[in-house]
Every structure is written in C-alpha cells, then in structure tokens.
Design a protein around this ligand. Structure first.
Ligand SMILES: Cc1ncc(C[n+]2csc(CCOP(=O)(O)OP(=O)(O)O)c2C)c(N)n1
Length: 329
C-alpha cells in the first residue's frame, strides 16, 4: 500500500510524541521514590511499563484505524493508546491516579479505557484477545466495516486465551488483526526459551489465516503489512496475524535491574533507533525538512507537557468516592 508524504509526517510525529511521553514518564516516575526504591511513593505510584523503542508498531498499525475501530492493548499500553488517539490529558491524569483521568484515577497506567476512540488495555497477559474478538463479532452483527486490533507481547502469544481468540476469529472470519510485539523479552524470559517457533507469524498457518513478520522495527513495513490486514478485515475476508520485531529500551518495569540482559544490548539497539532512521529517511526523500522535524518535536513536547501539567494540577478522587464505579461484593 503506497504511503503519502502527509502520512509519513504523521507517522514521524506520532513516534516522536510517544518517545517523549515515555521518557518524561520515566523521569516523573522516579520522583519521590529515592534513595530507596519505594514503589508506592511519588506522583505515579505502582508499577510502570514503558514502551520506548516500540513506537513503530503502534504508529504503523494505528495510522490505518478510525475512531470507531477497536483496539485492545496490554500492560505496556501508552504507545498504542497515543497512536490510537486516546485523550492525552485524561490518560496522563489516570496514570497519576487523578479524578480527571479516563477511569477517574482508579485504573492506573495498565487500565486505560477511552470509549471515545474505543481503546482498552489490561494488566492480564493475553486478556486483550477475547474482547477484540467480541468487538469484531459486534461489528459483523451490526453490519459495519469497523475492525478490531489486539496488540500483545511475544510472551502473551503463548497464552491460551490468545490462541482461543485466533481460532474463533478465524472460524467466524471476523474483522480482527492480531499484532504481536516481539521485543525479545517477557520480563526476563527470552523468546527462545518460551516459544516453540522462531516467528509467531508461522502460527497463522494453524488457524488458516495470513501471517506476516516484520523485521527490524521498520514503521513503514509495519504500515504496509497492517494496511493489507486492515483492508482484508474491512472487506469481510477475516483476521490476520502480524508479528513485528521491535525493541524495548527500558526495563520490563521501572526499577527492573535488568540483570538478565546483555549489558550492551540497549546501546546497540539505540544505534539503529527507528525514530532517527525514519527522520533521516524522510529528510533524504524530501518529505521532511530539518525545520519541519524541529517543529514536530516542539509540538510533541508541548502537548506532552500540557498533559503532565493537567495531571499534576488535577485533584485526587475524594475518599468517599472510593466505592463508586467499582464492583462491590
Ligand atoms: C495471566 C498473567 N500471567 C502473568 C502475568 C505477569 N506478567 C506481567 S508482564 C509479563 C510478561 C509479558 O511479556 P510479553 O507478553 O512479551 O510483553 P512485554 O512485557 O514484553 O511487553 C508477565 C508474565 C500477568 N500479568 N498476567
């Protein structure tokens, strides 16, 4: 699928915004947690899983999506949420546990739900598959051409719920795209020690659906492969499976000592950073100027800083609201 200049610039802008967001959250997350790492302290208490390095997957896929398409993501959700167009202020407020957040501050960073753009995520690994299939089924029953996309890690691709979702989507020919983000590690477990095949895309054969593997974190290749899968789903030809080789720059969670990881791994990955590569490629093609790139970067910074300020200045939920909007036995 050919990609025009405006789409390429949007792709770059999306990736830059995600990267800046994750880098700022990493800084803010550390506030108040030192000298001893106290996970409950600071403006963002609890666990934090950042996705810097994985921008190409989110940007390349979500550029094909409309607000009425459903996306389900994982415990590492910010890049996908941003690419899907989730309200950045409300999302950041949610991450800060504030009342103005998407879930009134009760979900936190792994539980972001934005009905306006049909985005959901979950801290339960593999749990995004079944609701994506449900959204695909709803689209079919309502006679619409909207699609559903499930993003999952390569570790999640060994979960039963994920395979059951593929089976049902294939059996019923539902408009669902399964995207696996292969960042090599499931916490500290390398893919080679958990997965019987080198590429999850090979597993598509078991469900009789197309499978594609994108090498080396290339956002344009992701865009092309996802374009085919989304078009196929929209015209009623059923699901597809895409795996993308991507990178995780931060630890599994913030505070992860990463002793399992070769010491030079992240440095080497950063040598071929996908954002810098895309920037040089677009400048080389005359699609972007250095000034244009600087403007995009400044715009991303300002949007992210506005969201952070909004979150910091928002109130916490009142104690008497603790049992509102939750299931109470
Ligand atoms: C059902 C379930 N089992 C175990 C966990 C604990 N857990 C959290 S993240 C994770 C690894 C996920 O790896 P992967 O799917 O590759 O995603 P990544 O962290 O690399 O983005 C595990 C096992 C969980 N959250 N849910």
């Amino acid at each position: 699928m050919p990609i025009d200049a405006a789409t390429l610039r949007t792709m770059y802008a999306t990736m830059v915004k995600i990267r800046y967001y994750e880098e700022r959250l990493a800084e803010i997350y550390r506030e108040g947690k030192t000298p001893l790492f106290d996970i409950s302290a600071g403006p963002v208490p609890g666990e934090m899983h950042l996705a810097a390095g994985q921008e190409p997957v989110a940007a390349g896929v979500c550029l094909h999506l409309r607000p009425d398409d459903t996306v389900t993501a994982s415990h590492r959700p910010h890049h996908v949420a941003i690419a899907k167009g989730v309200d950045l202020k409300k999302m950041t407020a949610e991450i800060f546990g504030k009342r103005t957040g998407l879930g009134k501050g009760k979900g936190g960073h792994m539980h972001l739900f934005d009905p306006a753009v049909k985005f959901a995520c979950s801290g339960i690994i593999g749990a995004g598959g079944p609701p994506a299939v449900g959204a695909g089924l709803a689209s079919r029953k309502l006679g619409r051409d909207s699609v559903a996309v499930n993003f999952a890690g390569e570790g999640a691709a060994n979960q039963g719920a994920w395979h059951e979702s593929l089976n049902l989507a294939a059996l019923w020919k539902l408009p669902v795209i399964f995207v696996v983000e292969d960042n090599s590690w499931a916490i500290s477990v390398p893919k080679s020690k958990s997965t019987a095949v080198a590429r999850n895309s090979e597993r598509a054969v078991a469900y009789g659906i197309p499978g594609a593997y994108v090498t080396d974190n290339d956002p344009i290749e992701v865009y092309e492969v996802a374009g085919e899968a989304v078009a196929r789903a929209r015209r009623g030809d059923g699901p597809s499976l895409i795996e993308v080789k991507t990178y995780r720059y931060f630890g599994h969670f913030e505070g992860d000592p990463q002793v399992y990881r070769p010491k030079d791994e992240v440095g080497e990955l950063k040598q071929k950073d996908p954002i810098e590569r895309l920037k040089q490629r677009l400048i080389g093609q005359g699609v972007l100027t250095a000034d244009g790139a600087a403007q995009i970067e400044a715009q991303a910074r300002s949007e992210v800083e506005d969201a952070i300020t909004f979150a910091r200045e928002s109130p916490y939920p009142a104690p008497e609201e603790a049992l509102n909007d939750v299931f109470v036995a």
